[in-house]
Design a protein around this ligand. Sequence first.
Ligand code: PGA
Length: 246
Amino acid sequence: MAPLIAGNWKMHGSLASAAALAGAVRAGWQARQGAAELLVCPAAIHLPAVAAVLAGSPIAWGGQDCHAAPQGAHTGDIAAPMLADCGARYVILGHSERRAEHGESDVAVRAKAMAAAAAGLRPILCVGENEAERNAGQAEARVGAQLRGGVPAGFAGDIAYEPVWAIGTGRTPTEAEVAAMHGFIRATLRDVLGAGGAAPRILYGGSVKPGNAAALLGLAEVGGALIGGASLKAEDFLAIAMAARG
Ligand code: PGA
């Protein structure tokens, strides 16, 4: 599979600015035609506007979260079939901000991943240790527990390794640390999914910028990037995408 370069727009923008950003990404990507697969994940309420701009382009759009149920009395939530109905192909699940601000457990993330798959969406399941866990030498234990608890059998999606302390901080692990963690995630996934299971891409996320993208994307087992802040600027997002080799 081509490397996946995914933009997580989080809780930013307006209808007009989201459509404009999507338009700039579309035009810029058409001019460049890199090897990566591109995805943007705007706020759910902006999805139809972004979909209208990106329809007919190679750029996919997706959600930032979904509920575990396909429908029902869940005020304020978004069901996976609703995202699919908006043409979404992907959904980010278990982002550290969801885990921290909404108390999402690995069990909840697992249920969401199954709901996403049932709706025909490809989940991007986020894992990552916090700073205290990294300093205590517990990073692999934390990520391993998140994978074993959150990845359902038959998982056909992607994983994003996002150290919590690298998100929005301008700090990243060293290249050796990223490579080691991605190798650990690959080995754990083989164990969890079995030898015959699908091989998810393992994205790196956390302060990916045009200046560090080529080095990070060139590491073994780094199959793409999940980008927050830099995905809000079309030029930066596209520069990161061009750093990905097919
Ligand atoms: P960042 O966010 O690129 O702003 O560090 C990454 C993310 O939260 O997915």
